[in-house]
Design a protein around this ligand. Structure first.
Ligand code: SF4
Length: 234
């Protein structure tokens, strides 16, 4: 595992690489950009390119070597519930998470339908935080699918936020992260959209984390009306 500068995690653990784009949030996928960069430099791990999902057996046990507590973002370079990730491999990842209770594992997916389908066949311990990405209204149903799973801690990654998200039903949701898109093709995020989500979290008693404004140079900071919101679920 490597240390990460992602604001809400301490480590990243990537036993799976490769993915395919599925919704608007994927248009400027950073995992694609990084994979293609590494591939062009001859990296063994990324030699299959971005559109081929590869499960890396040799990277499965990495968390076993981390003795300090921390938050681990599991799979920043793929989508955990991509159809090409065999259920047997997912089960083995879950076994690694089960035997490392001092680490909290943060899993994110845009494939909430497969997550829901497989959820009853997986064992959800307290240290597995399950999240779905919700970038705009078109994919709001991912929240309902997440709600139906057996995950003990459920969260939303609203990043990149691409439009207003009014009337969110946050029942059963523990944590909401909001962030803007970064990079040369970054799409804009309006302040009023962020404030509206923050207010909905407050009204529905859900922990709110504001990651950053994003932007072309990613230097917009993380102040929202002069305050930082870097809160974690209890
Ligand atoms: S699901 Fe995630 S990793 Fe896969 S293409 Fe979309 S943004 Fe990239």
């Amino acid at each position: 595992m490597n240390k990460t500068n992602i604001e809400w995690a301490d480590y990243i653990w990537n036993p799976i690489t490769g993915c395919t784009q599925i919704s608007d949030g994927c248009a400027n996928c950073y995992a694609k950009e990084i994979t293609e960069d590494f591939q062009s430099k001859g990296s063994f791990k990324y030699r299959a390119g971005f559109n081929t999902v590869v499960c890396h057996e040799r990277l499965l046990n990495e968390p076993d070597y981390e003795k300090e507590p921390g938050r681990v973002f599991a799979n920043s370079m793929s989508d955990f519930f991509h159809k090409d990730v065999l259920f047997e491999f997912l089960q083995r990842i879950f076994q690694v998470m089960h035997r490392n209770p001092h680490l909290d594992f943060q899993i994110l997916t845009k494939r909430a339908d497969r997550l829901l389908e497989l959820s009853p066949h997986l064992t959800w311990t307290d240290n597995i935080w399950m999240g779905v990405t919700v970038e705009n209204e078109k994919v709001i149903n991912r929240i309902d699918q997440l709600r139906e799973t057996g995950a003990k801690l459920k969260f939303l990654s609203i990043e990149p936020l691409l439009g207003p998200l009014n009337n969110l039903n946050l029942t059963g949701i523990d944590w909401v992260i909001v962030g803007g898109e970064k990079g040369r093709n970054a799409r804009p995020m309006k302040k009023e959209w962020v404030l509206d989500i923050q207010q909905q979290c407050e009204e529905q008693n859900v922990t709110f984390f504001f990651k950053q404004w994003g932007g072309r140079y990613g230097n917009g900071g993380n102040l929202l009306n002069g305050k930082t919101y870097m809160n974690f679920p209890k």
